[in-house]
Design a protein. Sequence first.
Length: 409
Amino acid sequence: MDNLTHSLTGLALGELTHRLLPAEADPQRAGTRRRLLLVSAAVASNFPDLDLIFTGLAPEPLGYLLHHRGHTHTLLYALPQALLMLAAFWLLWPAARTLLRSSGAARLGLFATTVLGLLLHLGMDAMNVYGVHPFAPFDPRWFYGDMIFIVEPVFWLALGTPLAAHVARPWLRRTFLALLLLVPLLFTLGGFLEWGSFAGLAAVWLLALVLTRRRSERTALVAGVAVVLGFVLVQAGGAGLARERVAEALRRTDPDARIVDTALSAFPANPLCWTVVSLARDGNGNGDAYRVRRGVLSLAPGITPVGACPFKIHGEYIGEDASGLAWGWEERGSAARLQALRAADCRIDAWLRFARMPSLAGGYATDVRYGPNGSHNFSTLPYAQQAGTACPSPVPAWGYPRADLLDLP
């Protein structure tokens, strides 16, 4: 997820933790505890992304692909991260240190916000098409949620509005509240959000504002958490339905093919529209061949046809069938060629530790989860142009997402 979402989630965690714990003896101690829990939760909710400093260990794009969402995004390395943060708060924040010496509630709150903040970061990153490998090094496989867009404004409005509405200075409060609604409006005008999605976001913003003013920030935050959890459940159900629709369509058009994987990328604030990338092995006596297709799916074409799904997210497509599925690009590949390239080129071998939907055309290796070959997205490796260059090092031992095509265990 984006770091604004991580930050707002952390701040909501810190505020709720503070309000659920027993009150401190005096206002000064209460203020110190609130600041400590807000800061610790926000820092913990972003801390694993410090692995971005390691992306320079390998040339582009391999440095980013191999070292972001790397060791700091594993459960094993969450422990030293938590200890490092707790030690930093103790050593660098004298007022917090004084409070922690005498307040069991503050100690419990700090422990909870630090650990839960780290776990929330891993869990939220696991919900999108990028994926994580949380059990490495014991299990180096990638796990993909395929249900939440990596930038999701539902989280911003549901959690950010109660926080912004509680800001003490009126001009700052109004600015934050306006920005929370203005940014999705600009995304809608720019073609990244559907107008129906914006209407839903505006309703969440208004609900949070009314609850904060007429009830309390705590009530609004609890309602925001409920909205977020409900949205995640709706997206999880939509992802399952989308996978079934894609499988049915592929069986109709290519009944002999064996579906290997279907990667789904949700549209922001839109449970009906999905970007789809499927990989299937050829079943016509040619087990070496596979085909990667990329398209867009509407779960309710009568309400939101594919053409109404924001173009800036899905890009071009060709036609639309009655089930609401439209393919825009495909590529046929050979598992034997992929295996040969991996054996001959250490950079391809390293790239394949990330690539889930590989495309090898025109001397470029691209993971088409992020756009078809030719789009030259952040995953694109110009392996033909870089022939003979030094091997990247170090290469983390992440599992190969396409071990099935590479004939690996």
